[in-house]
Design a binder for this molecule. Sequence first.
Ligand code: B3K
Ligand code: ZN
Length: 903
Amino acid sequence: MPVAPAQRIYLSDYSPPPWWVDQITLNIALDAQQTRVLATLSLRRNLEVPAAPLHLDGQAMRLGQLWLDGQPLPPAAYTQTPDALLIPALPDGCTLEIETLVCPADNTALEGLYLSGGNLCTQCEAEGFRRITYFPDRPDVMAVYTVRLEADKRRYPVLLSNGNLQAAGELPGGRHFALWHDPFPKPCYLFALVAGDLVYQQDQFITASGREVTLRVYVQAHNLHQCDHAMRSLKKAMRWDERRFGCEYDLDIYMVVAVDDFNMGAMENKGLNIFNARYVLAHPQTATDEDFLNVESVIAHEYLHNWSGNRITCRDWFQLSLKEGLTVFRDQEFSTEQTLGAVKRIDDVQHLRDAQFAEDAGPMAHPVRPDSYIEINNFYTLTVYEKGAELVRMLQTLLGPAVFDAALRRYFHDCDGQAVTVEDFIQALETESQRDLSPFMPWYTQAGTPRLEIHGVYEADRRRYCLHITQHPADNPSLQDMPAQPLLIPLRLALFDLQGQALPLRLHNEPPHSGYATERVLEVHAKQQQFCFEDIPTPPVPSLLRGFSAPVHLAFAYSDAQLAFLLTHDSDPFNRWEAAQRYALRLLQAQLADPAQDITAERSAWTKAIASLLTPHQLTDAAWLAKTLTLPSEVYLIEQWRHLSAVAVNRPPLAAAATDVEAIHRVREQLRQHLGRALESHWLSLYQATQRANSTALDPQHMGQRRLRNLCLSYLCTLPKATWRELAYTHYQHAANMTEGLGALQAVRDIDCPQRSAMLADFATRWADDPLVMDKWFAMQAASSLPQTLHTVQTLLHHPAFTLKNPNRVRALIGTFANANPLHFHAQDGSGYAFVAEQIIALDPRNPQIAARLTRPLTRWQCFDTQRAHFMQAALQRILAQPKLSNDVYEVARLGLQSPSAV
Ligand code: B3K
Ligand code: ZN
């Protein structure tokens, strides 16, 4: 073992802090090379736990002087280790002053205090504050912060921190200062500062109770014209949280600062959100509709954290989903109300199923509340965020929307100002709903995606329809040793008669009367259960798991005819889309299972069902139509490999064999081309019917039509006709916005043609100075299925607009290649893996968090054939053989290698 095993932290080891910090004053003299921090901590011994020395975390900085109650503390009175400061003997209440020196210019990890574009900024979650000063860096220690920043005025004209500005002024020698005070006690992960040369867009918000709040979006001067959308989104989110949950903003000012170098999307620091510029800046010329939606949702997410995260925070990092899952749920609810809801739900579920299901099925699988970790930064996962949000959504489904909203209000009220646990959250819900939610708890503690197998039996003589339900625990070999308890699964459903009428749902045992609802939520809680519906005149078509009411794999043997029926008749737009997906999966599966099989008849029935959707009146929900006409992605097909046989129960099941990436790509492309050819005239007329969407209007209708129009163009371009490539080129040239421009490029992404080269060349010249736009250009090429893609990506590493130093560039080029280009990442000769491993090794010393993210795709070797598995393991081994490896990458690579062999 080349690397010493890092320390593992366990939830079961939690104990309350032996010391509280009631107040902290930070005096910070900022300088890129050497920043001096003087921290004054008001300490109070926690008398409820056994006495223990004061343990302050600290890393990557120099300790200067120490004073206790105004007196210098002699070195003999404390112990310094590489990551802590220990002071054994202290009075029960005292004031400790600590001087530290940090060098932001050397900080390439982008955690703590660092430089971005010449400006200074911070990132403290999860454990960055310990790189600024010595402190009990744990979320249950909440203090009131007063921060005085001082810097050269010309270099750093803007000085920001959390809370309200109390004073500011000039100092001798061209320096100036600003004094900030945040009256709300907070954990240190929410501390932030920004110092630099920035301009801002300002607005105002009057809260429901009449308080005036100044809103500011800070950016570099050349980006000032790109802030409107972020500001509008912020105001909408503020109003929404007041209306829906009674949550008002609580400081005099709310600031959002955009920075170019950022490890994640954004950070909810109290009153001073710091954002990856990509989620703030938006202008129709440079941002796609998807970018606009993302800005709205991330702005909302960080704002909504003010209550779910900041006012009420987590007791320890194992509870992370308490703030993240809940806040994702809240931002999803917010976005759903801003757009045409069903498509947002489909987008969210696709994201969950493509990526989180894959995480849950691999060696990194962990419960929404993990039991242990080595590096907490590795647990900002899709499971904690997206599955965490699904857990909250299931609670909403189980309690009903009105009770759920009241329960959430109670949670915000009862837990305000505290650092709490998942149990506290559930308890607030239980108190309000008067319901025992303990059967729900295994969702928080069990990893893996369960499978819900349902058989429907119609009993003609008794005129009833019965669902026989079995829940199977996740079939992830990494979880084999974990006992799996049955889960409480809300199953939302409807039954349709053959005319497409939803039938009233009366369960066996319920008295006959006429008022039964046509949609109900069944609570599945046992391993096996049966539900029978009475008075069902003919065999119905069930619409199961409507709105994706639980994060499970659903196995139900739908016939082709039933899927076609649901595609046209289901009143739940999510399940109509789902029927289209299942139908397409069915065809793909048939072709994968036996390439020689003739599925012409099935194909033409399917094509007919799809064609029936392509009528002009469908344009009112063009976004939904575009989603429904898109085949399941290759990434999803890979994730579904083992379930494909369950999806198509009436077909020969696939052997539990290695995923055939090339075959998946091939059959999907064949089916796409088939649809392109079979419906060519439909694509063209829809393309023409959506002409007017080529504008800068940003309402859901126009956005939806643009989505559809781009899709039509893609289908046309599957045909080997120069006309359609020329159409793509014209589409590009006349694009009124980035969505159309990029749509044209997307349509020819995988076609080696002069139009593609011309567009790529033009794009690169036109946007050379806009890094966020260049990211789209990098990503487009990294996702291509063209044979020379790996070589292109390697060449692009040397492009003047590319740098390994910037996380967005890395994600766009290398991240897209590893996560969104299965064909080339999983190239049979192992070249894709070797390339990514090399980049991880180059990145780790600079930025462990980004390197660890990139390591994840290499851990899924169990799904592939021996040769690929061997190459992936070799890549992980090569990474682990590096003499100095971060905890971040070590934990992922080690877990990845340890995983048990394939089932
Ligand atoms: N809370 C931050 C994520 C911090 C990640 C630290 N590695 C952003 C968010 O979820 O809102
Ligand atoms: Zn968050």
